[in-house]
Design a protein around this ligand. Sequence first.
Ligand SMILES: CC(C)(COP(=O)(O)OP(=O)(O)OC[C@H]1O[C@@H](n2cnc3c(N)ncnc32)[C@H](O)[C@@H]1O)[C@@H](O)C(=O)NCCC(=O)NCCS
Ligand SMILES: Nc1ncnc2c1ncn2[C@@H]1O[C@H](COP(=O)(O)OP(=O)(O)OP(=O)(O)O)[C@@H](O)[C@H]1O
Length: 200
Amino acid sequence: MPKMIGLTGSIASGKSTVSNMLKDRGFTILDADIAARVVVEPGQKAYHQIIETFGHEIVNSDDTINRSKLGSIIFNDEEKRKMLNSIVHPTVRECLNDWKIQALEEGKKTIIYDIPLLYESNLTYLVEKVVVVFVDEDVQLKRLLNRNGLTEEEALARIRSQLPLREKKERADAVIDNNGTIDETERQVNELITNWKLEP
Ligand SMILES: CC(C)(COP(=O)(O)OP(=O)(O)OC[C@H]1O[C@@H](n2cnc3c(N)ncnc32)[C@H](O)[C@@H]1O)[C@@H](O)C(=O)NCCC(=O)NCCS
Ligand SMILES: Nc1ncnc2c1ncn2[C@@H]1O[C@H](COP(=O)(O)OP(=O)(O)OP(=O)(O)O)[C@@H](O)[C@H]1O
């Protein structure tokens, strides 16, 4: 049985940065954000449910979901966020499970779940150990503003829609501090691989 590892953090804390480093070293990453994009493509079950719930105004002219519009609705309204989660999350779990089965068939020694809402959605049962990618809130806000072109108010609403990152840090089996340079983060990723004896 391979080692099952959870990789989490909060919005813009650096999960993708760390998971790309792990991918470069040959590790298999099951990415919940990617799964959440696949399951809302036109024709998929969740796609129709989202339109029934949020209306045709969140559909682009090419029939895809307008993620920016849907984001501005759900990050400002907890009830609507819960509605979207209840549509999307079950199909995300199914998608991740299909990918896991494939990775098992391929004989991988380590399977890494990259799940931003690992703690919020009580998914820790999927993994043996959790690593949290941590940044201070001011760094997180600055990086989120730079990356997504949101207003400060929109960025803060996104940060507050998740469990505080310091609480995730307290629950973690290991923490990667991503406040510093990319090189400093890379060094911690290498240490983690050594300490946990991880092999692809
Ligand atoms: C609202 C949507 C359309 C916004 O899309 P957008 O392309 O702008 O963002 P993206 O999907 O890349 O998500 C960026 C980050 O936002 C955070 N986030 C996304 N959804 C949620 C949510 N429901 N609750 C809290 N944080 C969330 C995560 O940290 C994620 O890494 C999209 O995030 C979505 O469909 N969310 C619901 C599914 C979900 O919960 N995904 C998270 C992993 S399962
Ligand atoms: N150590 C670092 N130094 C400078 N910039 C960084 C560092 N780590 C990440 N970034 C930048 O910060 C932003 C957020 O990082 P990343 O996309 O990896 O976070 P994430 O946790 O995957 O985000 P999300 O959950 O929102 O998708 C990106 O623009 C990334 O290039």
